[in-house]
Design a protein around this ligand. Structure first.
Ligand SMILES: [Zn+2]
Length: 472
C-alpha cells in the first residue's frame, strides 16, 4: 500500500489529489469538471467544521434559513454592479425540455439577489432590525481555470453565506467588525494562520462599499482566500427596496452586511497540516480522534480494545480497527487518514496493564495507564492542536516578505511564492498596475499599518503596504 501512494508534499498538487482520494475525503472522478463527490469520512469532518461556524453565528443572534437556488433574471439584474461582476460565471437556464423559457433563470452564484427581495417583504419597522440570517447551500460559479477539490471548484458544496440588515451605517460597521473577529476565531479553531486585509477598491465585491478578506498561504506558496466580510452599504437596499419605518416615523433605506466561508477553509486546513504520511487532522474536526489498533488477534487483546473504546467513546470519536490487515498496514492507513491519536494494544500492554499512545503529528509514543486515559487523551489532543498551529504559523510567517521594489516582488513571488508586502501610495490605478506588473493579485491592505517608504509603483510617498500574492 505504502509503495503505491508515495506521498511527497513538496509536489503539493499531486500530494493533495492523491491524499484526498486515498483518505476518502472527496472523489474527483465525477465526470463534470469542478464538481466533486463528498465521501462519508470527508463529509463528517466538513460537518464538524460547519457546526462550529453555526455555533458561532447562532451565539451572535443569526438564524438559519434556506432560500431557493434559482433566481429569475429580472431579480438577478436589479443591482447593476453585481450583475456586471457575476454574469460571466453564472449558469443560465433558458430551456425547459425543448421549449424556450419565457424568462431566463440563473443558478445562484451567491444569494443576494434571492434573499434581498424577501427582506424587502419581511422588514417593516426599526423593530425588525437587525435581521441576521444564514444558510449553508451549494452555489455554482463556472470556473474556467484548472479546478481543484475545495480550493477551486464550480460547485461549491457548502457555502455558508450570512446576510444581515441594519438600521444605520454605524450598526452595519459594528457588525462588520464583529464578523471579521468571528471569522478570525473560526480560522483559529481550524488552526489555520491567516491575515485579514481590506480588499483594494478595484477588486471589491460587486455591489459593495468595501470588504475584508482573510487569506492564508498553501504549501505551494499560493495565497488562498478563506472568507470574505462585506459592507454593502445601501446599494442593495436601494436596488431591492429594503426599507423600514424609523422611530421618527420616517421611512429609511436599510444598511446591509454579508459574509461567507466555504469548504475552502476545510481544504486549506488539510493542505496546511498534512505531511508526507498523509493528512493530519486537528482534533476538533477529526472524524475519528482516536483509533484503537490491536496488534495481535488474541482474544484477550481484542477484549481489551473494547474496554478502551468504552472508556473513551463518551468523550471522543473512537474506532477500533479489527480488520485482518497487519498492524503495520493499519498504522499506515490511519496515519494517512490523519487520525490524531492511535492506541496500540498487544499482549505486552495487556500483561502490563497499560496502553501505548502514538501521536500522528510527531510520531512520538508513550505509555499510559487506564485510570489516566481520558485525561491523557484530552491533553494530548490539545497539545497536538497547539503544535499543528505553531508549525503552520512558522511556515506562514516565513512566506510573508517585505520588499521595496516591483522587481524584488516579482522575484520573490516567482522563486518562493507567498505574500509580498510593498509600499503603495494608495492610488487605485497605480496599485492595479503594480500588481499586474508583478504578476500577482493585490490582496489588500491593513489600514492600521502606515508606511513612510516611497511607493514602489510611482515613487510618490507611500501610504500603505499593499499585499500581493499569486492565488490558487
Ligand atoms: Zn503609487
Amino acid at each position: 500500500m505504502s509503495d503505491k501512494l508515495k506521498l511527497n508534499k513538496k509536489n503539493f498538487s499531486e500530494w493533495y489529489d492523491k491524499i484526498l482520494a486515498y483518505a476518502d475525503i472527496v472523489d474527483d472522478r465525477f465526470p463534470l469538471k469542478g464538481a466533486f463527490v463528498w465521501k462519508p469520512y470527508g463529509y463528517k469532518a466538513l460537518s464538524l467544521m460547519m457546526k462550529k461556524m453555526e455555533k458561532l453565528l447562532e451565539k451572535d443572534g443569526h438564524k438559519r434559513c434556506q432560500f431557493p437556488m434559482i433566481v429569475p433574471m429580472s431579480l438577478f439584474k436589479k443591482e447593476k454592479d453585481f450583475l456586471e461582476g457575476f454574469t460571466g460565471e453564472t449558469l443560465r437556464i433558458t430551456k425547459i425540455g425543448r421549449r424556450d423559457l419565457d424568462e431566463e433563470l440563473i443558478v445562484r452564484p451567491t444569494s443576494e439577489t434571492i434573499i434581498y427581495p424577501m427582506f424587502s417583504l419581511w422588514i417593516r419597522s426599526y423593530r425588525d432590525l437587525p435581521l441576521k440570517v444564514y444558510q449553508i447551500v451549494p452555489i455554482f460559479r463556472w470556473e474556467t481555470k484548472m479546478t481543484k477539490p475545495m480550493l477551486r471548484v464550480r460547485e461549491l458544496a457548502a457555502f455558508k453565506e450570512a446576510h444581515a440588515v441594519h438600521a444605520t451605517l454605524e450598526d452595519a460597521e459594528k457588525n462588520f467588525k464583529n464578523m471579521v473577529k468571528l471569522y478570525e476565531e473560526f480560522h483559529s479553531f481550524l488552526k489555520i494562520p491567516f491575515i485579514s486585509l481590506k480588499t483594494p477598491e478595484w477588486d471589491t465585491f460587486a455591489g459593495a462599499l468595501y470588504n475584508y478578506d482573510l487569506f492564508t498561504i498553501l504549501p505551494d506558496g499560493k495565497a488562498v482566500e478563506l472568507g470574505s466580510v462585506i459592507n454593502l452599504g445601501q446599494k442593495f437596499s436601494k436596488a431591492y427596496d429594503i426599507k423600514y419605518m424609523d422611530e421618527d416615523e420616517k421611512e429609511k433605506y436599510c444598511y446591509q452586511t454579508t459574509y461567507g466561508i466555504s469548504e475552502r477553509s476545510f481544504g486549506s486546513a488539510l493542505a496546511i497540516h498534512g505531511d508526507d504520511k498523509g493528512l493530519v487532522f486537528s482534533s476538533e474536526i477529526a472524524p475519528i480522534q482516536v483509533v484503537i489498533v490491536p496488534v495481535s488477534n488474541d482474544k484477550i487483546v481484542l477484549d481489551r480494545t473494547k474496554v478502551i473504546r468504552e472508556l473513551l467513546e463518551k468523550e471522543f470519536r473512537v474506532e477500533i480497527d479489527s480488520s485482518d490487515k497487519t498492524p503495520g498496514e493499519k498504522f499506515y492507513h490511519w496515519e494517512a487518514k490523519g487520525v490524531p491519536i492511535r492506541i496500540e494494544v498487544g499482549n505486552k500492554e495487556v500483561e502490563g496493564n497499560f496502553f501505548t499512545i502514538s501521536r500522528r503529528d510527531d510520531s512520538s509514543r508513550h505509555k499510559i495507564y487506564e485510570k489516566e486515559i481520558v485525561k491523557e487523551i484530552h491533553s494530548t489532543l490539545k497539545d497536538i492542536d497547539m503544535k499543528l498551529y505553531e508549525k503552520a504559523e512558522k511556515f506562514f510567517l516565513s512566506m510573508i516578505t517585505n520588499v521595496d521594489t516591483s522587481g524584488e516582488a516579482e522575484k520573490v513571488l516567482k522563486e518562493k511564492g507567498g505574500i509580498i508586502r510593498i509600499p503603495w501610495c494608495g492610488d487605485n490605478s497605480c496599485g492595479k498596475k503594480m500588481s499586474e506588473d508583478i504578476v500577482g493579485q493585490a490582496l489588500g491592505i491593513d489600514e492600521k499599518e502606515k508606511t513612510d517608504k516611497k511607493c514602489a509603483g510611482c515613487g510618490k510617498s507611500g501610504k500603505y503596504m499593499l499585499h500581493i500574492g499569486r492565488t490558487c
